[in-house]
Every structure is written in C-alpha cells, then in structure tokens.
Ligand binder design. Sequence first.
Ligand code: FES
Length: 500
Amino acid sequence: MDSLWIDLNKNKQDFKKLEENLETDVCIIGAGIFGLTCAYYLSKLGFKVIVLEKYKIGEKTTGHTTAKITSQHGLFYDYLTSSYGKKFAYDYLQANEQAIKNIEEIIAKEKINCDFEKQNNYVYTTKKEDLKSIKKEIKAVQNLGFNCEFVTKTGLPFEIEGAICFKNQAQFHPLKYLYGLCNSIISNGGQIYTDTTVIDSKQEFNSCLTFTQDNYIKSKYTIIASHYPFVNFPGFYFLKMYQSTSYVIAVDTKKTLFNGMYINSSQPIFSYRKVKFGKKELLLIGGGDHKTGQPTSYKDSYGILEEQAKKYYPDSEVLFKWNTRDCIPLDKIPYIGYYSSTMNNIFVGTGFKKWGMTSSNVAANIIVDKICGKANPFSYVFDSTRLKPIKNRDELKNVIIQSTNSLLINKLKRPNMNFDEIENDSGSIIEVNNEKVGIYKDNNGKIYAVKPICTHLGCLLSWNDVDKTWDCPCHGSRFNYRGENIYDPAYRNLEVYNLD
Ligand code: FES
C-alpha cells in the first residue's frame, strides 16, 4: 500500500528520464528532501543544477516519513553533551533549530501550500523507571540555554508519567513541500530527471562524472543524496551505518484529534501526530522498529500499531499503512560534507537516523556553503570524514557479526525448509543442487525464484514475510519477490531463475 503522502500526490505530473549526456555545475543524485533542498538553494544562487532520481520525486524515504520537523531527536542532548561536550551539543541543537526556521522561510518565500503548521514536540514515557532519563535530558537541554518544559499532561489519549516538550516545532505534508521546491528549481533554470538510475559517480581531477545506464553528466561538483551512499570505496559508509525499518499506519479515529507530535522514550517505540486528509484528520501511528533484514512478523510490525489504534479508538479504521527505512550511524551523528577526504568535489549527506526533515536542511546548508567556499559554523559537528572512535561499540560488534554471518556463515548453512513446506503467499530459501534459491509462492501457487545474494556486496538475503520482499541484513538493500531492487545501496536486480 502507498503511503498517505504518495497517495495524495499520485496524479502529479512527473519528470522525464535522462536521455542525453549533459554538462552542469552541480549534479545531484536523489530527489528526496535533501537533494531537492540542495538544488533549491544552489539554483537560487545561480548555479546550473541537474537532479537525477531513480524513482519518482520523494517516492522513497521522504514519501514514507511521518514528516515531523523538530530539533528534538528522541532523548539525545544528554548523550551528545556527555559524549562530545557542551559546545558540540549546543551546535547540533542550533543547527536543527535553524533548519526549522529555514523550512518555514522557504515555504513562505515560495508560497508552498504544504499544510505546514507549528506544533509542540514531546518525548514521553509511561513508565516510572524511565522518568530519570527524561529529567536528565531536560537538565542537559536547559544547560544548553534552550527553553524546554517538563509536563505530565498532554493531548495523548492515555496517561503518561512525564514528557519533555520542545515548543514551536512543526509538521507538514512532505511531498507537497517537495513539489513546491521542484517548481522553484525549474523556474530558477534547474533540470530534474526521474526514472534515471545512477550506477557510478567519480571525481577526475577537478570535475566529476556521474554515469547512468546509458548516459553521463559532467559536473564541477556532485552531491550524493541517495539516502544510502551507493559508492562503496572510498567513503566506506557501509561500515559506519546500519539501516532500520519502521512502520506507520494512518487511522480514521472518527474523533477530534489532539495537537502535538509525540514519541516515547523507550521500547517499544510509538510515534503519533495528526494529519489533514481532505475534510478529515487522520492519526499517524509509527513504530515497530527493527534492523532491516532481521525477521519480523505482522503482529510485531503493523499489528502492534493497529492494536494501539483499537485500544484508544475502538471504532477506528486503518486507511493507509506503509514502512520506511532509515540509515543509523554507529555514533548517531549524520554524515555531512565531503564524500571522503580524497574527494573534495563530491559531497554526501546521510545517516539522518529518522530525523531527516531538519537534518536534510542542515546538510543542504553545509554543502552549499562548502561549494560557495563559505564557512559554516555547524559543519564540524557532522563532518563526514571524521575518524573519531566509534561511540557505540556494542552496535559495531553487532554490525560485524551480522555481516560475517550473512556474507559467510549463513551461506554455508543448509536451509531448514524444503520446497513443499513453503505455503502460498510466503517465501523461503531452499537448496537446489547445492545452490541456494529464494522461492516465493503467490496466493495462487505461482512460483518466483531468485538467487538470494545481494547485488551490493554479496550478503545472503532474508525473506520478509510482512512485505513479501528479500531484505539484506548487511546494509539494508531490499528487492521485491520478482527480484527487482526497491531500496539502495544495491541498484542492480537479483538474478532470476526462469521456471517456465
Ligand atoms: Fe550491502 Fe546487501 S546491502 S551486501
């Protein structure tokens, strides 16, 4: 099922596919909120920009977000202060607060009608034992000179033990915003191409070449805004981040809804906000997070969200449901800046860890300043070439174990299912002549067979029975049951076995 944002925009005219070689100042790979914000600022400054997108505008990560524009990224400022110091935490907060203002300013200046509204944001807990971490966070935020509040009453339909409230945050319709940016980019002379898959990008002396399947773009600068960086070396982003999948439902509660945007402070994560839908308001409930590629069930993904909806709104009806993926850096700080220290004409912004609405604007400003040769006071916080020790050693260990298992050990293990045991509308890996084969049987028993080896770096894929996809536990690429690549960093389809 499409997300509510995509459904509301499905009749929008899209752009053409790239069918010629072109030359430009800046080539931007990815037409999500980050890529288009870069294109917007640069085209306004008089740069010639070309944006290339594999799918449609904002169709992947931006089109599947809950679209909360906030500097409150969970309970984060106590962690930042204790790990990196007060100035660092202060600058992270200021960068994201500035991003909220920037987005509001763009919307006003370009007259973008995107349901933008100011809302308070809350991180809450319903557990007494978690109050201590909320209070610690409040102290850390107040210590940065930012005005936050401790509250025990919110609009939520259940009692809480306490919450930290950031005022003057915002929410909007992310695709309406993106199409508004596109209009401005085009009227500033920029070019946008969709259905265009980039397969490589490199820097040669002082210029860049970006290759699609049939054409290339020559540019002075390239910005990789493709969610997960697809160029493996140099950069090594696949060693520094993992991907997390989460789920969202949009519910008609048949009731008047509360103001505010909410997320709870500990597992299981639930997130809430309301959204306009024609004359109605729907409630978005998010959660069910797990590492991409790890097994889940309907009950643990959409199921727990539907249970929340029914618990507080027994007459409610789920109108949309979707899932999304986010890149999570091991040290929890986004990577923004040069793609690597050996590439000063190629830039990246990634690892927005579920807070991409503000992080994308922070990233666009830092990169535009770099291209213009201007100092940016926040760029050191997000430095993509940082060589700091990994703060999250447990997570690093998990990533290494997961990758070793999927690259080597699991490939040697015999699958524990055989062909006859696979039920209709389900899939599994089986062994045929000592080769692993990924099988999906549709509702009518029709069989789809693929080679279940990820086309990114060769990890063994796992079957996702909720979305009927093949998911990679190493870096989060995903493929549909036909073997078509639907999420990066892989961009090639799986090898398919013809059973006719
Ligand atoms: Fe990297 Fe699959 S996403 S090996």
